[in-house]
Write a protein that binds this ligand. Structure first.
Ligand code: AMP
Ligand code: MG
Length: 534
């Protein structure tokens, strides 16, 4: 959990990291140095210092992440570490900065956005990998617009737990290093209904090879600043896609093709585990294909293509579960437009976008087949999957429990199929004879299809259990941890953190978390209803 300083010398220990400055040394900086809100032109970032906070207190650290960065366990015990990850002290020779970017929000160009409350502390190279460490909620920057640059405990817990959980699920993501209280109070109108209240301020230190977003490129294209656009694309290729070789028109096209593939793969992972990002604006799309900016995200409980956790989007549901693949493509169109001035040809960009569509069909089918434990290919596999999706929509059916329990199916035993998965039904009384019959029909088809497979039941089960998680961060679980933390109790944060390190494994001592959403959480704020307020 939280390392406590055991020895005096531990607390004084300096951190010895392999610090780099590639972003700030190779890209143009904002020449203005005061921290006033403004349009920043012809620059990729502005130097800015984090805010001093009243009473920084470490709540949790990810030891895995620390190790990956070369932060030793002893470092974690130091007072210096807490000060650094809350922005109260800087490592020698580091110069924090906020990045300039724009974005399309809910389908409309929103102009300059930028790191309004994120501050990059430094880059670290460890074991030949480049990382950037960034604070979220550490105070205002030139990009804060009308907001305060701060973050509250509830949204920080959600980002901290979920980003590490995603990593362990094998879903590409930014990571988290630490979760801390700032000691300051932050005023928020959680439901945007005029009821403001003070909440505990918090800071997450998060980590990624890069925090560049689609919007990082869009801003320069929108301003017709092709010179800075080129510098940023060249930098990105050199540091994050170096296998593509030296920058040229050809490499720019290949770069776009890679971003398209990475984005597609990311979204297929989201669909596999039932994750709904909630705000897939182009400023929240990582150019490395990572899940980034955990806001009003949520996990599917009842399988439902139309579900979104984000109440700000409840009318049009643009970012609903079933629409994530389309939005990924829409966002890639925006990136294509942004890169066009460097390529000046539409065909190769259009060809990439076309292949997103066909690759989506094939990769999505492959992913669903894995969830069903099918190794071989048969003509009508897509129909079997479509029939399953139809059945899952008949009555509210828990996605995670359904797929996990499906692995208990035994060949030749279709008549017991329904029994195996019935725990996934939220309203068992609603399962009419017609619904039950539709399920029995589906199990007959599944069983018939399994005859074409050579794997034994046990082999199929172990294959299925590495793609169908047993434990995910259900919306109500995060909320329980938040409720406790607001009262000063952080035990549940640690319990969920430990649980979610092994999402695919049976963990008998945590079996209680393999359960449907309790009824009290169905319409509770924070569980099924989240806003962008954070
Ligand atoms: P989001 O939709 O949360 O990713 O945020 C969109 C934009 O608003 C980004 O530029 C954020 O940096 C900015 N933003 C969100 N919350 C705050 C805040 N509390 N203070 C300053 N900027 C913020
Ligand atoms: Mg964002």
């Amino acid at each position: 959990m939280v390392p406590k300083g055991r020895f005096k010398e531990d607390r004084q220990r300096p951190m010895n990291l392999n610090i780099k400055h590639t972003f700030t040394e190779e890209l143009p900086a904002d020449p203005v140095s005061d921290n006033t809100r403004r349009q920043v032109k012809e620059a990729c970032f502005s130097f800015v210092n984090p805010k001093q906070t009243k009473a920084p207190e470490l709540i949790h650290v990810s030891k895995d992440m620390a190790q990956t960065l070369g932060v030793s366990e002893a470092d974690l015990y130091s007072e210096l570490f807490t000060k650094i990850v809350t922005g109260n002290e800087l490592l020698p020779n580091t110069k924090p900065y906020a990045m300039c970017y724009g974005g399309h929000q809910f389908g409309h160009w929103a102009g300059q956005l930028g790191d309004g409350r994120a501050i990059n502390l430094f880059e670290v190279e460890h074991h030949d990998k480049q990382w950037t460490v960034q604070l979220k909620g550490a105070g205002e920057t030139p990009y804060s617009r009308s907001a305060d640059g701060l973050a509250v405990l509830r949204s920080s817990i959600r980002e901290y737990l979920c980003s590490e959980a995603m990593f362990h699920l094998g879903v590409p993501t930014t990571r988290a290093l630490s979760l801390a209280l700032s000691g300051d109070e932050v005023l928020r109108d959680m439901l945007y209904d005029g009821n403001q209240a003070y909440e505990k301020g918090a800071i997450v230190s998060r980590v990624s090879p890069s925090f560049l977003r689609f919007g990082s490129y869009e801003i320069f294209a929108a301003r017709q600043d092709h010179k800075t656009l080129k510098k940023l694309v060249d930098y990105t290729i050199q540091h994050h896609f170096s296998h593509l070789g030296s920058p040229s028109k050809e490499t720019y096209i290949q770069f776009f093709a890679e971003v398209s593939n990475l984005t597609l793969e990311l979204i297929i992972h989201w669909q596999r585990v039932g994750f709904v990002h909630g705000v897939m604006n182009t400023d929240n799309m990582s150019v490395l294909g990572l899940t980034i900016d955990y806001g009003p995200y949520g996990w599917l409980e009842g399988f439902d293509f139309g579900w979104t956790p984000n109440t700000t989007d409840s009318q049009h549901k643009r970012y609903r579960y079933g629409n994530q693949p389309n939005v990924g493509l829409w966002n890639l169109y925006q990136l294509a437009n942004a890169l066009f001035p460097l390529i000046e040809e539409t065909e190769p960009l259009e060809a990439v976008l076309e292949s997103y569509k066909t690759d989506f069909e094939s990769k999505s089918l492959e992913m669903m087949k894995q969830k069903l434990g099918l190794e071989t290919s048969e003509d009508k596999d897509d129909l079997l999957i479509k029939a399953l999706e139809d059945a899952l929509l008949l009555t509210e059916t828990d996605m995670t429990i359904f797929f996990r329990n499906l692995s208990n199916f035994q060949k030749g035993d279709a008549k017991h199929g329904l029994k195996i998965i019935k725990d996934a039904f939220y309203k068992p009384n609603e399962v009419s004879d017609t619904i039950a019959q539709q399920w029995r029909d589906w199990f007959e088809r599944y069983d018939f299809r399994l005859e074409k497979e050579t794997l034994s039941d046990t082999e199929r089960q172990s294959n299925m259990n590495v793609v169908n998680p047993k434990y995910v961060l259900r919306n109500y679980m995060a909320q329980l941890a938040i409720d406790d933390a607001n009262k000063g109790n952080y035990k549940l944060i640690d319990e969920l953190f430990q649980l979610l390190k092994k999402p695919y494994e049976e963990q008998p001592k945590y079996e209680k978390w393999f359960a449907k959403r309790p009824d009290w959480a169905r319409h509770k704020v924070g569980c099924s209803m989240l806003s962008c307020s954070s």
